[in-house]
Design a binder for this molecule. Structure first.
Ligand code: HEC
Length: 280
């Protein structure tokens, strides 16, 4: 065979292989997104009737509002750099389609009405929510004034599809760790227990369920708490300024709008100190 012809054949073979690899990655990632998921429909059992004011406060703290779905639930754009860009829909448009039990399943298990997994819904963080808090939040969100529907879009990059294949990133239902305690349904007699609950339903979204950081979210391990005094930590949560007045990454700036009570900030601080092995 002439050398030129051999090179041309090799190139053609490589091109065919590359296309086959893309088809496989596309197929596996598509299956991850489309296949039906098992998750129970379980009714909430809150101790008291929903508290709308507390529901509104928690909706801001856990990020239903002032977060992915926009400031007031009107819908918003979410992104994991290089992986996915998508719209978190207008809450007043999508909630009426869901019964309460279906909504609980979506929030806790990441499974949509159609039985497929959500994408980008932070159910792994919401798993720990207690029944009362979730009932409060849902009752509040169902009373949001109607807003025009934001167009739903999903841009999943090839890197994103590849990360679904390797498990570096997962669809929402696969991110939930169902063997973890639902801290919100357990007693919280001490500030440390209260802090564990609040950190679990907020900080874990970006800093990881084990609070050791998350490379995809570019969020460091919360062992950095060792460098913070209680007053410096309070300043960070209230202003989103780190040590030395450093303005933090936009993904961390939500804290300045979160209506945490002072005692809750102290509780999170104490929990994170204890969890990471620092003196109280
Ligand atoms: C939406 C994502 C997100 C959530 C939720 C989040 N963080 Fe962060 N956090 C980040 C990112 C990103 C950084 C890196 C910021 C930087 O270095 O500019 C960060 C940095 C930090 C730092 C280090 C600041 C420094 O001095 O470098 C602390 C402490 C921190 N977060 C605490 C928390 C606590 C406590 C919570 C829960 C109440 C929380 N974060 C929730 C994204 C998040």
């Amino acid at each position: 065979m002439k050398p030129l012809r051999a090179v041309a054949l090799a190139c053609a073979a490589l091109a065919v292989l590359a296309v086959m690899a893309l088809v496989v990655v596309w197929g596996i990632s598509e299956r991850e997104m489309q296949r039906p998921r098992e998750a129970p429909l379980v009714a909430l059992r809150p101790a008291t009737a929903p508290d709308l004011a507390e529901g509104g406060r928690m909706a801001r703290i856990i990020g239903c509002l002032e977060g992915c779905h926009g400031r007031n639930g009107e819908g918003g754009h979410g992104e994991i750099e290089g992986i996915v860009r998508h719209v978190a829909p207008t809450l007043s448009q999508v909630l009426p389609d869901y019964t309460d039990d279906e909504l609980v399943r979506l929030v806790r298990y990441g499974v949509k009405r159609d039985g497929k997994s959500a994408l980008g819904m932070i159910s792994y963080t919401f798993w720990a929510l207690g029944d009362q808090d979730l009932a409060n939040v849902m009752a509040f969100l169902r009373r949001l004034p109607p807003a025009p529907a934001m167009e739903r879009t999903l841009e999943l990059s090839w890197r994103g599809r590849w990360s679904l294949v390797t498990g570096e990133w997962k669809v929402s239902s696969e991110q939930v760790e169902q063997d973890r305690p639902q801290w919100g349904n357990l007693p919280q007699p001490t500030p440390v227990e209260r802090g564990r609950y609040l950190a679990s339903v907020t900080c874990s979204e970006c800093h990881g369920l084990d609070f050791h950081g998350n490379a995809l979210e570019k969020a460091p391990t919360l062992a950095v708490i060792g460098a913070y005094s209680e007053e410096q930590f309070r300043h960070l949560i209230r202003t989103a300024e780190g040590l030395g007045g450093r303005t933090l990454d936009p993904n961390m700036r939500w804290v300045a709008d979160a209506p945490f009570a002072d005692a809750e900030i102290v509780a999170i601080y104490r929990f994170l100190r204890q969890y990471h092995g620092f003196a109280p």
